[in-house]
Design a protein around this ligand. Structure first.
Ligand SMILES: O=C(O)C(=O)C[C@H](O)[C@H](O)COP(=O)(O)O
Length: 213
């Protein structure tokens, strides 16, 4: 998507809910019940990573069986994966870092790209191409709330989806920042609850998410 269009569409998607669940699927039978557990708490945006071999199939399944959800693809590392998640029906694409190849693909993509950054220089590489919305990763390690406050100075028109190491206790501090569009994380679908199939507990965890101040 050209220039500011990418970031406008992303902002429209992500601003609709304060958290972006990041799911890594390890059992096929979990996919639909997990998505339904999130949806029961009002979650419509979610990111499925390619960290596991089931990731791509999960995106395809959710795109066809739960079209009301906005399912993005995460951990997209190269052009081949970029094309495969587009083919699977991903509605947005998330990368942990940036490469020139991925930034260029995002400009011509039919769905928006959320490029991962950790430094001002990486933001500047995307900014000059028109990107205004980035994933800050790994957020807690690379500076978290303090870094986001510092970045608001030079990049007043940039918004971030910080992800990585952010649990529910730190969430309010991030959501209080004007340059945070949503906060990503995996905490709302913990492994033990998924393994035991405790979908109601996952719904309850998502319902505890604070509203934006
Ligand atoms: O693999 C990727 O490209 C990612 O997308 C990284 C995930 O966003 C974070 O690992 C989620 O962070 P946690 O909430 O700390 O689990």
């Amino acid at each position: 998507m050209r220039l500011l269009e990418n970031s406008r569409v992303l902002d429209d998607i992500l601003a609709g809910q304060p958290i972006l669940p990041v799911l890594s699927i390890t059992r096929e039978s979990d996919i639909l019940p997990m998505a339904d557990a999130l949806a029961a708490a009002g979650i419509t945006n979610l990111e499925v990573t390619l960290r596991t071999p089931l990731g791509l199939g999960a995106i395809r399944l959710l795109a066809s069986e739960r079209p009301q959800l906005c399912v993005g693809a995460g951990t997209v590392l190269d052009a081949r994966q970029f094309q495969s998640v587009l083919d699977a029906g991903a509605r947005f694409i998330v990368t942990p870092g940036t490469t020139d190849e991925l930034l260029a693909l995002g400009l011509d993509s039919p769905v928006p790209l959320l490029p991962g950054v950790a430094t001002a220089s990486e933001i500047m590489r995307g900014y000059r191409l028109g990107y205004r919305c980035f994933k800050l990763f790994p957020a807690e390690i690379c500076g978290g709330v303090k870094l986001l406050k510092a970045l608001a100075g030079p990049f007043h028109d940039v918004r971030f989806c910080p992800t990585g190491g952010i649990g529910p206790e730190r969430l309010p501090d991030y959501l209080a920042l004007d340059n945070v569009v949503a906060v990503g994380g995996s905490w709302m679908a913990p492994r033990d609850l998924i393994e035991s199939g405790d979908w109601q507990a996952i719904t309850r965890l998502c319902r505890q998410v604070p509203r934006r101040r």
